[in-house]
Design a protein around this ligand. Structure first.
Ligand code: SF4
Length: 134
């Protein structure tokens, strides 16, 4: 039987890779070879650590939980159209100079467009869902 910390890591990794679809708690434990009791403990622990969120869901007449990552890894796709990548001023751009990301309209426009195209484009689902810091 795998150690609890190993299972916790594997569970977190698995949940993170499910993205916005999430995974049913029971499917996750089946995948990891853990008992449902052990799985529930780990899910609660991951939720308490702020790494996942659990949402109650009715499946085949029984209540269970669907687990969602609070953060997902950023992907190359999420930055492929960032204006900085092809910007002619890139080498001179620095927060301490007049050419700066802090006052760049191209970068600002791109950042503002992110939320419109994809609810979690940079891999932070908590911010996209309005669950981030207040
Ligand atoms: S922040 Fe603006 S000026 Fe700086 S590299 Fe990005 S697009 Fe270019």
């Amino acid at each position: 039987m795998p150690k609890r910390n190993d299972l916790e890591q594997k569970a977190l990794h698995f949940v993170m890779n499910t993205g916005s679809a999430g995974v049913l708690q029971s499917d996750l434990w089946r995948e990891l070879g853990a008992s449902s009791r052990e799985g529930s403990r780990i899910a609660i622990k991951l939720e308490e650590k702020g790494l996942i969120r659990r949402e109650k869901e009715l499946q085949d007449g029984r209540w269970t939980y669907r687990l969602f990552p609070k953060r997902v890894p950023a992907s190359i796709d999420s930055i492929v159209d960032c204006p900085c990548l092809l910007c002619q001023d890139n080498a001179r751009c620095d927060p301490t100079t007049p050419i700066s990301p802090t006052n760049c309209p191209k970068l600002t426009d791109w950042i503002l467009s992110l939320g419109k195209e994809n609810p979690a484009p940079l891999g932070d689902s908590t911010l996209a869902q309005g669950l981030g810091p207040r």
